[in-house]
Design a protein around this ligand. Structure first.
Ligand SMILES: [Cu+2]
Length: 510
């Protein structure tokens, strides 16, 4: 049976009343499609949001593979996450209803440093029963998210954080938010100690050394966006990352399940869409240590933003998403309708999760949570083809530094070296070249800033604005940004277990 969850992904684009449009009819269309319960499309109108918004950190019960699991929740009036109207401030009262300390980071936002939400940087975690006010201007619209900056993130203390633009509200399109996660019945502390407990850690992630002996199924990966739009850019897939594959570590942890909006593919969320309708998918990889390829299958998608920042649109059907990254995809539902799985394929394995978009009456096929073919490792093919639609102004950097990403599976000690003495002043342009000396890929996240990807392995280009970029093994990725608000800004790998075992530093902005 479906867990009784009413995900925010069925919200319409607007918090305000809209004129009738061609998908209004869906609001009364309670559907049961192909034996699976179809989520109802319930528009929510017009109520001016109370200020401050009341966001509660609590626990809730999910059913995962037929077993009950107690996980965290981040809810406003029982609904996960927050959606802000254009021009609305981030005025939030965060209430800790747990019996333990916690704190929430607003991933991708640019608040004053004190409100960034990392423990003791500078504020302590919230005590049980404590409520803490947050108030700052939301500077950009986009797909962001929020999560605990602690091991609690593993146990689903994460939720969407969407900031709407005026264009979002006037556009005639349905919005669907998908939060991906990796799930274990074991506590995060146990997962961590298995990794750090010497050789035992190395053994528990059986199969992490990917078998590349012809087993990788590129065919199932669909067409990379590059092959549609960017032929002139280069030669398709970047195979170089696969050269020394026998030594490349892909997944540290074998999880019990992979979730999309809290559900597995055995019982996926089914979102009702309109024949011929337009849909914006806002997809968030909230997994603690899992990278996915997001695939729209038969539907062609237009990638319009990454990490909440607009790009020159690209068409494709398969998109890499490392931990903490987001993508916004525009799709059109075919006029004759049907059911359309939106799947996330875990790199290096056949594990997958996802949701289904379905028009009224469509037959919904089941998609097993394990496919016979392994998804390849993420690479930078798409990254190197992305072009920001709102790039930084071009100027020479005031400071250029090199950082090294180091560590290995055997010792399970990871580090981000070379930035300890970096002191910036607000407004200074800085470039950081990150060279990955390890055999794992690291999704690197800088707090309080958006950066632009400007160079990969010595090839300069005006890439995407982001807050999290993947640096695969033996690759060098350079980011540029203008130092923002004063603070002691965390800069770290967004693989939870790499972060807590040392791949974290701070950037000082005075
Ligand atoms: Cu890492």
């Amino acid at each position: 049976m479906s867990p009784p969850c009413d995900m925010q992904s069925n919200r319409p684009a607007s918090r305000k009343q809209k004129t009738m449009n061609r998908r209004e009819f869906l609001k009364t269309a309670g559907l049961a499609v192909g034996g699976l319960a179809a989520s109802q499309f319930i528009p929510r109108f017009a109520l001016a949001a109370p200020s401050p918004r009341q966001l509660a950190i609590d626990t809730r019960t999910l059913e995962v593979k037929g077993k009950a699991a107690t996980v965290y929740g981040l809810t406003e009036n029982g609904k996960p996450g927050l959606t802000f109207a254009p021009g609305e401030r981030f005025s939030v009262a965060l209430a800790n209803r747990l019996k333990e300390d916690t704190i929430i980071h607003w991933h991708g936002l640019t608040p004053p440093w004190e409100q960034d939400g990392v423990a003791d940087n500078p504020l302590p975690m919230l005590k049980p029963g404590e409520t803490r006010p947050y108030d700052f201007a939301l500077e950009e619209a986009g797909t962001f998210w929020m999560h605990a900056h602690t091991l609690q993130e593993q146990n689903l203390l994460a939720a969407p954080l969407i900031v709407h633009s005026k264009e979002d509200l006037s556009a005639d399109r349905q919005e669907v938010v998908i939060l991906l996660h990796d799930f274990s019945f074991k506590p995060a502390e146990e997962l961590l100690s298995a990794l750090t407990g010497g050789r035992g850690g190395h053994m528990m992630h059986g199969g992490h050394q990917m078998d590349m002996g012809g087993k990788m199924d590129m065919g199932s990966m669909g067409k990379m966006p590059m092959q549609h739009d960017m032929k002139s850019m280069g030669s398709g897939h970047d195979m170089s990352a696969m050269g020394g594959m026998s030594a490349m570590d892909l997944n540290d942890i074998e999880y019990d399940a992979y979730l999309a909006n809290d559900r597995t593919l055995d019982d996926p969320e089914v979102v009702t869409v309109e024949k011929g309708g337009r849909v914006r998918l806002r997809i968030i990889n909230g997994a603690a240590s899992t990278a996915f390829h997001l695939t729209t299958g038969k539907l062609s998608a237009k990638l319009v933003a990454v990490d909440g920042h607009p790009i020159v649109p690209m068409t494709g059907d398969t998109f890499p998403m490392s931990m903490a990254q987001r993508i916004d995809l525009d799709i059109e539902v075919p006029k004759d309708g049907g059911a359309f799985p939106i799947l996330a394929l875990r790199e290096g394995t056949g594990d997958r999760t996802g949701i289904v978009l379905a028009t009224a009456g469509a037959k919904i096929e089941r998609h097993p949570a394990k496919s016979g073919s392994k998804a390849p490792p993420l690479d930078l093919t798409l990254e190197s083809a992305l072009r920001s639609a709102k790039p930084l102004t071009e100027r020479r950097p005031d400071k250029s530094v090199m950082a090294h990403l180091t560590g290995d599976m055997a010792s399970y000690q990871w580090a981000l070296e070379g930035l300890q003495d970096l002191k910036l002043k607000s407004g200074e342009r800085v470039e950081i070249a990150m060279m990955n000396m390890s055999m794992m890929a690291h999704p690197m996240h800088l707090h309080g800033h958006a950066f632009q990807v400007v160079d990969i392995d010595g090839k300069r280009f005006p890439g995407a604005m982001r807050d999290t970029v993947l640096v695969p093994p033996m690759k060098t990725v350079t980011i540029a940004f203008d130092a923002g608000k004063p603070g002691h800004w965390p800069f770290h790998c967004h693989h939870l277990y790499h972060m807590v075992t040392g791949m974290m530093t701070h950037i000082e902005v005075a």
